[in-house]
Design a protein around this ligand. Structure first.
Ligand code: OOG
Ligand code: NI
Length: 457
């Protein structure tokens, strides 16, 4: 028998991401408007800054820019989460990181499914922020039982999707035809359902407990609730949104504007009020929204600790949570506090605050001597910061809250519970910092080989 040729998981992911974007554009036309605006601004930024365009070319980022997006879904049971893990594995996506949102008053914990190797990320950086509802946090016993019974009665995967996941696992891959079929079948899980599975009264009860609970429990599936394109200038897009009929949330989450962007800045537009059919009549549900993000350098543990400290002190200095009324004051506080974070790549590198990728310059000699610092100084080696591929818990909570129309921040008692999350997932989540460190190390090894050095440090 000839050996079967399988479609690369990276290509399945790239195609799935494109199919999802097309579906969401149809479902939420405002997402299409946002995409067009982001593309327009990205083009203006690249034209105005040849240095940035050159750095995007050198890292290959430029090819992934216009197809770059992340989405988010919320599921209700361990079985749903574990099956999603297997579904995402078909597309070369693995769970990275653990995010506990209960401290911010959102009864979920989460991970991000994404590709982990730099070559895969370059083909498609598509990521899905995936949250599991923590039913145990619903205090009302009858309501908790209602939620559990609704969840136990639904299957969010098509039988054909389940079959193709199993085939992928047993064969070690999917043929082109199967991959195409898989993409269509997997898409069904993320589709919007106009029909709710509950009565109007049950919906109200779930909703009154927490709006998120109604969103997770009252429908046939975990509809994709947003898709987020990557912009090169989030302040610009935020400023231009109103003119396009899009109302952004009050503040951009994450670090303040900088010459050298770090981590992740995000803003979203308010969730839409959509008509839904309950089992006994018409109603409305608010869940789906649009978001944009600007990604910057991935930070080392030292850099991240500094970021967390500066964010905390900025927020402590603000009276209340960032909102409409104090948005300007918050941005000023952020900028003032973050002046303690070097805004210069050489300093960020020398102080060990960010991860980098190293490249040998085209005109470097075939063999050289020297330390990394010396070779960088001589221009034989260049570096670019690694892009942050993950999420930020405080920012994610802000995005959740703005879309749940909820400005209260009362945390649930207790208890980050990574062990329970991983038991539900059926696997451990990967450590994002280890992934960045490995990418950096691989790039140094490649440079050493090219320059005829045993090591480069
Ligand atoms: C997820 C919100 C978090 C982000 O970009 O931080 C998120 C959700 O609303 O389900 O997507
Ligand atoms: Ni998001």
């Amino acid at each position: 028998m000839p050996t079967p040729t399988f479609t690369s998981p990276d290509l399945i992911r790239a195609r799935f991401s494109g199919a999802m974007s097309a579906m969401y554009k149809q479902e939420v036309p405002l997402y299409g408007a946002l995409l067009a605006l982001v593309e327009e601004v990205n083009q203006v930024v690249m034209n105005a800054s040849p240095a940035l365009a050159e750095s995007l070319r050198r890292t290959g980022e430029i090819q992934r820019l216009d197809q770059e997006r992340h989405g988010a879904i919320r599921v209700g049971t361990a079985e749903e989460l574990a099956t999603l893990r297997r579904l995402f594995a078909v597309m070369g996506m693995q769970p990275v990181g653990y995010y506990d949102l209960t401290t911010a008053g959102v009864p979920v914990h989460s991970t991000a499914f994404r590709a982990v190797h730099e070559t895969s990320l370059q083909v498609s950086p598509f990521r899905v922020f995936t949250s599991l509802l923590r039913l145990e946090l619903i205090e009302d016993v009858a309501l908790r039982e209602l939620a559990a019974s609704l969840l136990s009665r639904r299957d969010i995967f098509t039988p054909q999707a389940r079959m193709l996941i199993e085939r992928f696992e047993s064969q070690g891959g999917l043929s082109d035809d199967d991959a195409e079929d898989f993409i269509q079948q997997a898409l069904e899980t993320f589709r919007w359902h106009h029909h709710a599975t509950v009565s109007a009264e049950q919906y109200q009860q779930l909703h009154d407990q927490h709006r998120l609970i109604a969103d997770v429990v009252a429908f046939k599936g975990p509809h994709i609730n947003h898709l987020t394109p990557r912009t090169l200038d989030i302040d610009q897009v935020q400023a231009l949104m109103p003119a396009k009929g899009i109302t952004p949330k009050a503040v951009i989450e994450g670090p303040p504007p900088r010459r050298q962007p770090i981590l992740l800045r995000q803003t979203s537009f308010k969730a839409l009020q959509e008509n839904v059919a309950f089992t006994d009549g018409q109603g409305r549900h608010t869940a789906r929204f649009g978001e944009i993000e600007q990604r910057g350098a991935a930070l080392t543990p030292k850099g991240r600790a500094l970021y967390d400290r500066l964010l905390d002190t900025s927020r402590e200095a603000l009276s209340g949570v960032p909102a409409e009324g104090n948005a300007e004051q918050y941005m000023q506080l952020l900028s003032a506090h973050f002046s303690a974070f070097p805004d210069d790549l050489a300093q960020m590198r020398e102080q060990g605050l960010a991860y980098f990728r190293y490249f040998v310059s085209d005109d470097a000699p075939a063999s050289v001597q020297g330390s990394l610092a010396e070779l960088l100084g001589a221009g034989h080696v260049r570096c670019e910061p690694l892009v942050y591929e993950d999420f930020l818990p405080v920012s994610a909570a802000g995005i959740f809250q703005s879309n749940l129309g909820d400005s209260t921040q009362i945390g649930y008692e207790g208890q980050s519970n990574r062990v329970d999350f991983e038991a539900a997932l059926g696997a451990q989540v990967l450590d994002d910092l280890a992934l960045y460190a490995e990418t950096e190390r691989r790039s140094l090894e490649q440079c050493a080989v090219r320059l005829g050095l045993a090591v480069l440090a």
